[in-house]
Design a protein around this ligand. Structure first.
Ligand SMILES: [Zn+2]
Length: 305
């Protein structure tokens, strides 16, 4: 398990004193910088992964302890796919697959410039209880606008019936990630139209939320702006970290699944295999002896201990 502490990255959760509106703001500048560095991303890639990571954390922030959120976004725009695993303890891992510029289909109805960088596609949220995944909850909505924040708001309304507002930002200045973060505000039972309108008005008046997520900026400032006419209390502050739980044992299990013929081919042609974790880019190398042991395991599964 490799854990990278990005201590200034954190979320702050709050709730109105009437208990009818809740919100979370995430400051993830250092975390997204680190994720982009690990994956060696371009500016466009950094922006996409930043949005997806913060989006995953926003969902993860309201999950129960022990649950895992998997946010899977498949788009027709600049990004083919983003996969993010987020946990309510504030850890997250993820990657994005960019689509080369020449492969982006322009023209109606998927005019990228009009519908946002993600293009059209699908947004799925899988919630699993623990590692064994008992009765996972899956919600899928179409990407309608191609803007992840808007499409995530739509997800909450459509899939979970919770009126929500989402903001996401990954600002890039001079080729570097200057800020990354986001917010989620949700109307809970008992929220009146007036309560919601007051919050909406403040969200609409936010200039650029990017400026609220510089590395030193406290996400509480953003909550204070959004909740400026609604009394609220902070209920949780949690540091966030990019963390991958890949391990040699998991890689071995995955290799066993590729099958006997494939393993034999690896042994014969390369005498070794290198497996790279998509989430954190860590490489696991298996030599010829290791491959032979795996081939034995697959050939005689009964003799496995
Ligand atoms: Zn990994």
């Amino acid at each position: 398990m490799s854990t990278h502490i990005a201590s200034k990255s954190r979320w702050i959760k709050c709730i109105s004193t009437h208990g009818n509106i809740r919100g979370v703001a995430i400051q993830a500048t250092e975390l997204v910088r680190e994720a982009a560095k690990i994956h060696g991303l371009s500016e466009i890639g950094s922006r996409g992964l930043g949005e997806a990571i913060v989006g995953g954390l926003l969902i993860g922030s309201y999950c129960k302890a022990g649950e895992r959120v998997n946010l899977n976004i498949q788009g027709a725009g600049h990004y083919k796919q983003a996969l993010v695993d987020a946990y309510p303890d504030g850890t997250v891992r993820g990657y994005v697959i960019e689509r080369p510029e020449e492969e982006i289909v322009r023209g109606t109805p998927a005019v990228i410039d009009e519908i946002g960088p993600w293009g059209q596609g699908l947004l799925s949220v899988l919630r699993t209880k623990g590692e064994e995944g008992k009765q996972p909850y899956i919600g899928t909505v179409p990407l309608l606008t191609g803007y992840l924040a808007k499409d995530l708001s739509f997800y909450w309304v459509q899939s979970e019936q919770v009126p929500s507002a989402v903001g996401l930002v990954t600002q890039i200045k001079d080729g570097k990630i200057a800020s990354a973060g986001g917010f989620l505000v949700q109307a809970m039972p008992g929220a009146t139209a007036a309560d919601i309108q007051a919050i909406e008005a403040h969200i609409n008046h936010l200039q650029s939320i990017g400026d609220d997520f510089t590395p030193d900026e406290n996400p509480l400032h953003l909550l204070s702006k959004i909740f400026q006419s609604t009394a609220f209390v902070v209920v949780e502050e949690k540091p966030l970290a990019f963390s991958c739980n890949c391990s040699w044992e998991r890689v071995q299990r995955a290799l066993v699944l590729v099958g006997l013929e494939e393993l034999k081919a690896m042994l014969k042609e390369d005498h070794k295999a290198t497996i790279r974790c998509d989430f954190c880019t860590k490489e696991y190398k298996v030599d010829a002896d290791g491959l032979e042991r795996l081939i034995e395991q697959v050939s005689f599964p009964g003799e496995r201990n």
